[in-house]
Design a protein around this ligand. Structure first.
Ligand code: MF3
Ligand code: CO
Length: 277
């Protein structure tokens, strides 16, 4: 049973435990896909690695069949930002690859994405990916009770802007609530002023997913009706985690350590600091 204040699903502890299981499947799959992302690998091979991981854990895919989506993974290379369909494309040295994956355990979802550099990439590409990941963790850090929803996007934007590289932040795609479905209320923008929107409450869970480009923020959808690329063909990075808001602070369900390491280093209270989470 759950209450839905303002339309946002509130999870019980038992439901969050299922989401944690799904999150750990996602973490495992993404770690394996990152290891497999070497020059000469096709994006379809990464999809196979992810599908095998689901099978081993007895979990289901959040993506396969979602509005007809044909794979368990999204693999988006260079100027592709999100929703790239795995296929015959061969990864090459210098590519920046967004790998996005979702899993379901007992009906509860986890969703995360990483950007992986294939071999050596130019320093400006590495910086883009680092900044996007830092922005993700700034957003996750703001996912605490007592805060408001737009604190998350404001923290993401602040991190991207303070890099001072003229990066673009996508306006057309945002993060989302998650739980008994992959995409739920609320929409989680990666920009805008803090202190607005619903109050963050224990039992809520959101997927924070900054999508940041080397230049302009405008994107288009390819003829395959899925792949999203930058209009100016500038490289893009995408990082995502599913985070639960708890009484004790943010709990990053799709991070192997729940966020313990990052939050401890930054003095942010989190239940992940407690052994076993
Ligand atoms: N994981 C994506 C997101 O973060 C959604 C993937 S679209 C799908 O929202 F069709 F592949 F499922
Ligand atoms: Co998502």
């Amino acid at each position: 049973m759950f209450r839905r204040p303002g339309g946002i699903e509130i999870k019980t502890d038992a439901q969050l435990a299922r989401m944690r299981e799904a999150g750990l499947v996602v973490a495992d799959a993404l770690r394996r896909c990152a290891e497999a992302s070497v020059a000469g690998t096709t994006t379809r091979e990464l999809d196979v690695v992810a599908a095998r991981t689901l099978q081993e854990h007895g979990a289901q895919s959040s993506f396969l069949g979602y509005y007809g989506y044909p794979a368990v993974l999204c693999v988006s290379v260079n100027d592709e930002v999100v929703h790239g369909i795995p296929g015959d494309r061969v990864l090459g040295e210098g590519d920046l690859v967004s790998i996005d994956f979702g899993a379901i355990v007992d009906g509860w979802h986890g969703d995360a994405a990483i950007s992986v550099a294939v071999g050596a990439v130019p320093e400006e590409i590495a910086d883009l990916s680092r900044t996007t990941r830092d922005a993700l963790w700034a957003g996750l850090s703001a996912a605490r009770p007592g805060g408001r929803l737009t604190d998350v996007g404001a923290a993401v934007e602040e991190t991207v802007r303070s890099a001072d590289r003229g990066y673009g932040i996508l306006r057309d795609y945002v993060g989302h609530g998650i739980g008994s479905r992959m995409h739920m209320e609320p929409a989680v923008a990666n920009f805008g002023p803090p202190g607005r929107g619903p109050k963050l409450k224990p039992g809520m869970a959101i997927a924070v997913e900054p999508m940041v480009t080397l230049a302009g923020p405008d994107v288009f959808v390819h003829a395959d009706e899925w792949t999203v690329s930058t209009v100016d063909r500038s490289y893009a990075s995408h990082w995502e985690h599913t985070v639960a808001i708890t009484e004790e602070g943010p709990w990053v369900l799709t991070a192997e350590d729940g966020g313990a390491d990052f939050f401890a280093r930054n003095g942010i209270p989190s239940p992940a600091a407690v052994a076993g989470n």
